[in-house]
Ligand binder design. Structure first.
Ligand SMILES: *Cc1c(COP(=O)(O)O)cnc(C)c1O
Length: 394
């Protein structure tokens, strides 16, 4: 069989990630590869760390990207902080909390689950009840922005509660970083991880993490070595934190890091607050259009993530048929429901570079065209004016 170079179709990515990658980032990634201990590269790594501190709003020295996707950032946090026998409270309100439980178990820890309804924020009262009932617990873990449902939890309140009961905190900010406020130092988050392919407009494959002094103290005082050689922060820091004396640990994904550097530079140029405001403004415009059409959000208004909009699929509409028509006819990708929400919702992302007015217009108009052709019970001709009005008001 004769193979040819792979030329991907040009899509608009409005799912749960990856989201549209900015052309500046793709261009940066095509620059010449240099050695991972080259002084020029080390200089760039230092800049990535500083820019990440800005994105996370932290002075934490241990702030760097793990060389693997968001799931590896999650695993880095659990592998380093959870020791065999540790009781870890995991608040679950969607798919990703379930993965945290898996991580705790695989590290030899004992997960204590606090379950919330999917589509709702984590309930601080339930967390407090669990903290009171489990005085031995030493870590609380939760997902700030549940991409599987579109619900946002109150990270500041949950972290404060955890600290009142002497627990460290692990926060999943894969979908929140760059899209909604995250203030690591002000909120006193102990360990946090994110991803590059959601609101940072970058390609998938890296996971920014940050650890504060309290978290590092627990890691330093471990009785056993971290089970994972690759993720052991004591070893990784010899490379990322070694200053001039940097030692080889693994070969950094050089060009991927050029991309992250460019993405973080763009975030700094836009300004974090402006990026948060842009995500919110575009969410309101998308929402106005979808609701005018007659679609309903599954998350209560106060808990909605601007960058991930989960709406119910109208009665009698074939989920898969709509999504494949969007992809084939309009080059538009939106997300399917995950886990308990499979077949029930669409997840429309407005993340990073994808959070733009032209994407909202494409999404609303193509969805309206397809749904009305299929005979779905929606209001026609009102969504775009509603979206325009919302954009003009913002
Ligand atoms: C996407 C996502 C992850 C996993 O990130 P990958 O890069 O796919 O490994 C973890 N948590 C949340 C909340 C996510 O949205």
């Amino acid at each position: 069989m004769q193979f040819r170079p792979f030329n991907p179709p040009v899509r608009t990515l409005m799912g749960p990630g990856p989201s549209d990658v900015h052309p500046r980032i793709l261009e940066a990634m095509s620059r010449p590869t240099i050695g991972h201990l080259d002084p020029a590269f080390i200089q760039m790594m230092e800049e990535v760390k500083t820019l990440l501190q800005y994105a996370f709003q932290t002075k934490n020295e241990l702030t760097m990207p793990v060389s693997a996707p968001g799931s590896a950032g999650m695993e880095t946090c659990f592998a380093n902080l959870v020791e065999p026998g540790d009781q870890v409270i995991v608040c679950q309100n969607g798919v990703f909390g379930g993965r945290m439980k898996e991580n705790v178990e695989r590290c030899g820890g004992i997960p204590i689950m606090v379950e919330d309804t999917w589509g709702e924020a984590v309930d601080p009262d339930k967390l407090e009840t669990a903290l009171k009932a489990n005085p031995e617990a030493c870590i609380v873990a939760f997902v700030h922005a549940e991409t599987s449902t579109g619900a946002q939890s109150d990270a500041e309140t949950l972290v404060k509660l955890a600290h009142q009961y002497d627990c460290l905190t692990i926060v999943d900010a894969v979908t929140s970083l760059g899209g909604t406020p995250i203030k690591v130092d002000e909120w006193e988050i102990d360990a946090i991880y994110s991803g590059t392919q959601k609101c940072l407009s970058c390609t998938p494959g890296l996971s920014p993490v940050s650890f504060n002094e309290r978290a590092l103290e627990k890691i330093r005082n471990r009785k056993q070595k971290v089970q994972s050689w690759f993720m052991d922060l004591n070893l990784v820091m010899g490379y990322w934190g070694g200053g001039a004396k940097r030692a080889y640990h693994h070969t950094a994904p050089i060009n991927a890091l050029y991309g992250l550097h460019e993405a973080l530079l763009m975030l700094q140029e836009e300004g974090l607050e402006n990026a948060w405001a842009r995500h919110q403004k575009n969410h309101l415009a998308l929402r106005a259009g979808l609701e005018a059409m007659g679609l309903t959000f599954i998350v209560n208004e106060g808990d909605r993530l601007p960058q991930l909009n989960a709406v119910s699929i109208p009665e009698g509409v074939d989920d898969g048929a709509v999504r494949s028509r969007l992809l084939n006819e309009y080059n538009l990708e939106i997300g399917a429901g995950l886990g308990a929400l499979a077949g029930k919702v669409w997840r429309i992302g407005l993340m990073g570079h994808a959070s733009r007015a032209e994407n909202i217009l494409l999404c609303i108009s193509s969805l309206e065209a397809i749904l009305s052709e299929m005979g779905a019970d929606i209001s026609q001709g009102v969504a775009i004016p509603a979206m325009q009005k919302a954009l003009a008001q913002a």
